[in-house]
Design a protein around this ligand. Structure first.
Ligand code: SF4
Ligand code: SF4
Length: 386
């Protein structure tokens, strides 16, 4: 599931502080995935293709809060799976808000209306509703009819109750620019902010045909932004990230900017790409070989322009070069003229396919834990009976 973004976030101070402290790597948003189970099976999803024993696992509320404390990022995005399936989701969000974290709860909205009572409106809480386009397009993307109507109804209900709602859209190849522009007009009608990101080419997503490559991404976003001149589309992105999507900036990703914590631990190297896990946030930062990831360095990163890798880069660029950021936000995204040169891909290392081995490793750990718990329970029962 895609994640919303920064606009509302008061992170300027945090960024400046990190710069003054001379920190090279620091997190901006914790991507917290308390479960992988979902009530949809979208064709572009790379998160739910696990055996049941893994889909049934949950992070506890305490584990979620500990992850937020350990990482220290000012914002926590909760994707999944579908977080509203988690029985403790109200408690998890309350605990994070109490820690003054900006919380972006990402949901496909099927359960949202029913579960609104679990939450209280707060300047720290945003619902980020997964909406990939207009009705026909969205229902096709999520492989189920009627989801668009339920999501729109939930958005209206949440707004009526005083919650802040954004939508997040993942963009795939074959989505015409005109339709994306109409979808963005709809977000204005609904009164919601919007984040958009080209879908990352998850190797396990059922539909492998429709992931955008970098050249197509840039052209598509240029076309979309050209149609938006003079309109009031309310993007939850920094101007420089939008400028990057339109091919006007050449950035390297910042994979540690949005570290991911899930039921397996801290995911290496980023939210999109799982190539091993660390037990603690410190271990993630200290032991990941960051230099071996990113476009031009690793085959699996070749087409990535996703916001969770590049929005932190754009945010840092804005702090380092505020005049440029101001210029882009005043002038708008340039949609004609030459593009920034593309990163050289000739030296990227080949992809390694370790997913199945990782899943097997996790499954045997889960089975070991379950066997130990069953043994303990049996021993307790025996000692009570004696
Ligand atoms: S709603 Fe999100 S998590 Fe669920 S299947 Fe779709 S993309 Fe995946
Ligand atoms: S390019 Fe960066 S953000 Fe994208 S998958 Fe690779 S490491 Fe992750």
């Amino acid at each position: 599931m895609a994640i919303p973004f920064f606009k509302e976030m008061r992170i300027g101070g945090y960024l400046i502080k990190q710069k003054l402290l001379g920190r090279k790597r620091y997190p901006l948003v914790l991507m917290l995935e308390p479960l992988f189970r979902c009530n949809l099976a979208c064709v572009g999803c790379g998160k739910i293709d696990y055996p049941d024993a893994i889909l049934n696992r949950r992070m506890t509320a305490q584990e979620c809060w500990d992850a937020a404390d350990e990482c220290g990022a000012p914002m926590v995005a909760i994707p999944g799976g579908e977080p509203l399936i988690h029985k403790e989701i109200g408690e998890i969000v309350r605990g994070l808000v109490a820690r003054k974290k900006f919380v972006s709860l990402c949901t496909n909205a099927l359960l949202l209306e029913k579960k609104l009572d679990l939450f209280e409106p707060s300047p720290y809480l945003f619902f980020s509703v997964h909406l990939d386009g207009l009705k026909e397009h969205h229902d096709k993307a999520v492989s189920q009819k009627g989801v668009f109507d339920r999501a729109v109804s939930a958005i209206k209900a949440a707004k009526a109750r005083g919650f802040t709602v954004n939508v997040n859209a993942t963009i795939f190849d074959g989505h015409p620019a005109e339709e994306i522009a109409k979808f963005l007009d709809l977000t204005v009608e609904l009164g919601v902010g919007v984040s958009m990101s080209p879908g990352y080419a998850y190797e396990r997503a059922p539909d492998q045909e429709h992931f955008l490559n970098r050249t197509k991404t840039k052209k598509l976003f240029r076309d979309v932004f050209a149609m938006g001149k003079g309109k009031k589309w309310n993007f939850m992105h920094s101007g420089l990230f939008l400028d990057f999507l339109a091919g006007n900036q050449e950035y390297e990703c910042t994979p540690w900017g949005m570290p991911a914590r899930n039921i397996f631990g801290w995911q290496k190297p980023c939210y999109l790409l799982g190539e091993g896990y660390a037990k603690t946030f410190k271990e993630l930062m200290d032991t990941t070989d960051w230099e071996t990831y990113g476009t031009g360095k690793y085959e699996k990163c070749a087409d990535c322009m996703a916001h969770c890798g590049y929005e932190p880069t754009a945010a840092t660029a804005a702090i380092n070069n505020p005049l440029k950021a101001m210029w882009v936000s005043l002038r708008g995204v340039r949609t004609t003229g030459p593009m920034a040169p593309e990163i050289d891909m000739s030296k990227q290392r080949p992809a390694q396919y370790i997913f199945s081995a990782e899943v097997q490793k996790r499954l045997s750990e889960i089975r070991k834990d379950e066997a130990a718990a069953a043994q303990e329970k049996a021993a307790r029962k025996a000692s009570t009976a004696a």
